[in-house]
Design a protein around this ligand. Structure first.
Ligand SMILES: *Cc1c(COP(=O)(O)O)cnc(C)c1O
Length: 457
């Protein structure tokens, strides 16, 4: 064994303790740390020919790199839809690395067992029935990709071709209808050989991002044959929801695969105050839910549900002499794009075991309370203007006068030590978004942010 490795092995407990101290210092400092630091990342250096050992690597990281990272797990990092890491999720993720499992096959099956148990809990959390099977993937983009890959195979089934065998070209033209799809849907269609051009925009309701069900029905009539509908349960700008029941009801008259992108909107199901937004989710043929957002597990984690695991296995099966046949319960290696995969489910298992449905419902409700409070503060601030009502956990707002992207960027930068906001364009107007999905955020954070908004506008 290389002497550096032998040395680190011998002092592993102490070295891990030092690592724990750094991690704890980072977490303890989240309140004071600039949300977006002004420290620049270090310049690249050549590959070390001789290693320095874990302690030296830790010291160098702590000195040169760690200060350049933003407070992404902290309470006022409100860009994108970011989420944080609950204490139990962090513990689960540490143990994931310590156990270093490749949890994809029944040849060494404990990881798969834990993943299936966790998927079962998640299914219940989101109000899905047992007809939905699920698997972990790395994020909502991959979850949408897997859902649309199954949809593609289903279209093939309808047209009498096996896309998995004959390729996407054998399928012929494809239409994917959607009101306000997330950008990752177009990316998924590009990856899957269906093409970004397959996406057919459908009119939304007046002043809304939710699809107009009547316009969707007309588009289905024009499509003249089986197609794919992507329904959106939580758009990123205004967190609008398609009426999933109305969309699913169209299946009585039209033949389509219903994929629902509920990346963070699915968490509405946890709260009696918001659950009406996702009524009908169970009728989907495939569902995308991100976990590194509102479940507050670390990157990277999402779940993909489908009613047609048989088609999923047709797409993703990995025929190898050393892997077993598909059988009634295919190994996970046959269900997702990855072959080898980390025990991603463990962080989710930990946080669900530690805090349960009630704890996670509390996170969701506190985030939506915070979003409403910030929305009211924006409304009351001269010089700012809400662009949409706060429906769940996002505040979409802009400058009342001359909201150019440059002025908005300068405004966001003037706040960046206190709060991280990300730019957007909504209904043609450049804007900023504040998305609440972190378990640490409280009303006190909202008051801090609101005060700064007033000072800087
Ligand atoms: C975040 C998000 C995605 C993409 O998620 P990643 O985890 O970044 O891959 C897809 N759809 C919606 C609605 C999202 O909010």
């Amino acid at each position: 064994m290389h002497p550096r490795l032998a040395h680190d092995l011998a002092e592993l407990p102490d070295a891990l303790e030092a690592t724990r101290l750094l991690a704890t210092a980072v977490l303890d400092g989240l309140e004071e740390r600039p949300v977006v630091p002004s420290v620049r990342p270090p310049e690249p250096v050549p590959l070390p020919a001789e290693g320095a050992g874990l302690r030296a690597a830790l010291a160098e990281f702590a000195e040169r790199w760690e200060p350049a990272f933003g407070a992404s797990p902290g309470p006022r990092y409100l860009g994108f839809v970011t989420g944080g890491t609950t204490p139990a999720a962090l513990a689960g993720d540490w143990l994931t690395a310590a156990l270093d499992q490749n949890s994809n096959s029944s040849l060494d099956g404990t990881g798969q067992h834990l993943e299936r148990q966790t998927v079962g809990w998640l299914r219940e959390l989101f109000g899905l029935g047992t007809a939905h099977e699920g698997a972990f993937v790395s994020g909502a983009t991959m979850s949408n990709t897997v859902g649309l890959a199954i949809a593609r195979e289903w279209l093939g089934e309808r047209r009498g071709v096996s896309v998995a065998e004959a390729g996407a070209a054998a399928l012929g033209p494809v239409r994917v209808l959607s009101g306000s799809p997330h950008s990752s849907v177009a990316k998924a269609l590009s990856m899957l050989g269906m093409g970004r051009g397959a996406l057919v925009p459908v009119a939304t309701l007046p002043g809304r991002e939710a699809v107009d069900p009547a316009a969707l029905e007309e588009a289905l009539e024009r499509a003249d044959g089986p197609c794919v509908v992507v329904a959106n349960a939580g758009t990123v700008n205004t967190v609008d929801f398609d009426d999933l029941r109305a969309v699913a009801a169209l299946k009585e008259r039209h033949d389509f695969w219903l994929h629902v992108d509920a990346a963070f909107g699915a968490f509405a199901a946890l709260s009696p105050r918001h659950a009406h937004l996702v009524v009908g989710l169970d009728a989907a043929d495939s569902v995308c839910v991100d976990l590194h957002k509102w479940l507050n597990v670390p990157y990277d984690s999402a779940v993909q549900f489908t009613r047609r695991r048989d088609l999923q296995a047709r797409v993703f099966q990995n025929a190898a002499a050393y892997l077993g046949p598909l059988g009634a319960t295919p190994d996970l290696v046959h269900l997702t794009p990855e072959n080898s995969r980390r025990l991603r489910a463990l962080a989710a298992w930990f946080t669900l075991r530690a805090y349960g449905r009630d704890g996670h419902r509390d996170i969701v409700e506190r985030c939506t309370d915070c979003a409403h409070a910030l929305g009211e503060a924006v409304d009351a601030t001269p010089g700012l203007r809400l662009l949409a009502p706060v429906r769940l956990n996002v505040v979409c707002f802009t400058l009342a006068e001359d909201p150019t992207p440059e002025r908005l960027a300068a405004f966001a930068e003037s706040l960046a030590d206190e709060v991280f906001l990300t730019p957007t364009v909504y209904a043609g107007v450049p804007a900023l978004r504040a998305a609440f999905s972190n378990w640490r955020t409280t009303g006190a954070d909202v008051r801090r942010i609101a005060a700064r908004l007033g000072e800087h506008v």
